[in-house]
Design a protein around this ligand. Structure first.
Ligand SMILES: Cc1cc2nc3c(=O)[nH]c(=O)nc-3n(C[C@H](O)[C@H](O)[C@H](O)COP(=O)(O)OP(=O)(O)OC[C@H]3O[C@@H](n4cnc5c(N)ncnc54)[C@H](O)[C@@H]3O)c2cc1C
Length: 421
């Protein structure tokens, strides 16, 4: 596969854009692979890429029921950050952010990663104290984080409601290296890079059954025929419990909930940061896309479903948050809204682990936060599958943590998916 470069853009510009190759192949499924990853979202594609790139493995397929990136990977609000505190999560998300910083070069594909800062608004001295602890921990463990005074915040982001907000703003916690990326480009970049290493990406290929032989999985049944595999990894986000029950494995500590996102008509440059507002039941985050649309989201829809569409009460809720924190948005027209199916784990932290079946591996439980995690998730999941043991960074991201009472409770909110993001 030829590399993208300024020269190739220039040359194709002069020759009618006729010289571009397909970004990835559209192969027929083989009857057998060494490794099959189910789900061509960001996590599945990144896993396949790192399996081939980092571990030199060949004969890999990624199996996708729809089109690649058509799930949560292409539906999120694209926020990338690593402001985590708990051991395990901290190292994991910081590694992810470090991978993001080089991802466009790594994949030879512009993922439009924009380190525009992630600004969490603070509304009480207690919140400021708790956040100072988190951000100091981040700094002590090699990440970046700052506390902004109200004055600095006003100077930097003047359009917020500083005058008559129900919850007055007193400052902000900021991660300057955080930001946004273009989610489709990440999916396409990983797909193209994985394909260039020989990975077969099989779209329109739904897994409908999992064949077990004793303590092993021997094959998957798909809408394009039976595919045998020596190792299988599930990376199907909100559909994890469906695949889990196909493998006859009982219940998972995961619930599938819907989360909506919204984009407005394009505006002139208004907001140069990611702003997060969360207090007193409100939950709202907003940034401006490169095309000018205000991209924002809020809370879950609060009922379980596998449908990729949301409901109106949350539209009202998010609109209330938007206008209360940025009143200047009051007359902005909404262009589109949509939803994805979130794999909410009970402690808000993910699973990258082995399963009760020897050659079946699980990647799930990403809650609201799997976009930023995708590079590290693929990195560590590939390592787990290749070496059959977890790296120390992910050693607590397993299913038994609930039985063993060692949950990774990042928000200190307890075992309830409604309280985690
Ligand atoms: C509205 C919204 C906003 C979000 N905002 C953010 C954010 O700002 N920052 C952040 O970090 N995270 C965010 N997230 C979360 C993030 O998008 C997800 O955690 C992450 O994308 C999940 O991983 P994935 O990309 O691999 O999932 P997906 O893209 O959902 O991939 C799973 C794939 O598995 C496929 N699949 C399912 N069942 C089968 C089957 N039987 N056979 C074959 N294939 C199957 C699906 O079609 C899908 O393509 C948001 C999510 C949503 C919905």
């Amino acid at each position: 596969m030829s590399r993208y470069s300024a020269w190739s853009v220039f040359k194709n510009g002069l020759t009618g854009q006729k010289g571009w190759e397909r970004a990835w192949r559209d192969p027929e499924p083989k009857s057998e692979y060494d490794i099959v990853i189910v789900g061509a979202g960001l996590h599945g594609l990144a896993t396949a890429y790192y399996l081939s790139k980092n571990h030199g493995l060949k004969n890999i397929a990624v199996v996708e029921k729809g089109w690649l990136g058509g799930g949560n990977g292409g539906r999120n609000t694209t926020i990338v950050r690593s402001n985590y505190m708990m051991p395990g999560n901290r190292e994991f998300y910081e590694h992810s952010l470090t991978l993001w910083e080089e991802l466009s070069h790594e994949l030879n594909y512009n993922v439009m990663f924009s380190q525009r800062s992630h600004v969490s608004l603070l509304h009480s001295p207690a919140a400021r104290d708790a956040t100072a602890r988190r951000y100091n921990t981040m700094r002590l463990t090699g990440s970046d984080g700052e506390l902004w005074s109200l004055e600095k915040l006003k100077n930097t982001i003047p359009h917020l409601n500083y005058d008559n907000a129900r919850f007055p703003i007193i400052g902000a916690a900021v991660q300057p290296r955080a930001g946004t990326a273009r989610h489709d480009a990440v999916a396409w970049g990983y797909a193209r890079a994985a394909d260039s290493h020989g990975v077969d990406i099989l779209q329109n290929c739904e897994v409908t059954g999992v064949t077990r032989q004793g303590s092993q999985v021997s094959a998957i049944e798909t809408s394009r025929g039976t595919i045998k595999a020596k190792k299988i990894g599930f990376a199907v986000a909100g559909n994890t419990s469906r695949l889990w029950s196909m493998a006859d494995l009982g219940h998972l500590p995961i619930e599938s909930h819907k989360l909506q996102a919204f984009v407005s008509e394009p505006l002139k440059p208004l907001l140069d940061h990611v702003v997060v507002f969360g207090v007193g039941g409100a939950h709202f985050y907003i940034s401006q896309s490169d095309k000018g649309g205000m991209v924002f989201g809020g809370d879950l829809d609060w009922y379980k479903s596998y449908a990729q569409r949301g409901n109106l009460p949350i539209v009202q809720d998010v609109a209330e948050c938007a206008t209360s924190i940025m009143p200047c948005l009051g007359r902005v027209r909404m262009l589109r809204h949509w939803s994805g199916v979130m794999d909410m784990s009970m402690d808000g932290s993910p699973f990258i682990c082995k399963t009760p079946i020897d050659n079946l591996y699980l990647n799930a439980g990403w809650n609201y936060g799997g976009f930023k995690a995708s590079p590290a998730s693929g990195w560590y999941f590939a390592d787990l599958i290749a070496n059959d043991r977890p790296d120390p960074v992910i050693e607590n991201m397993h299913l038994q943590r609930f039985e063993q009472g060692i949950i990774i409770d990042e928000r200190g909110a307890g075992p309830d998916p409604k309280l985690h993001g």
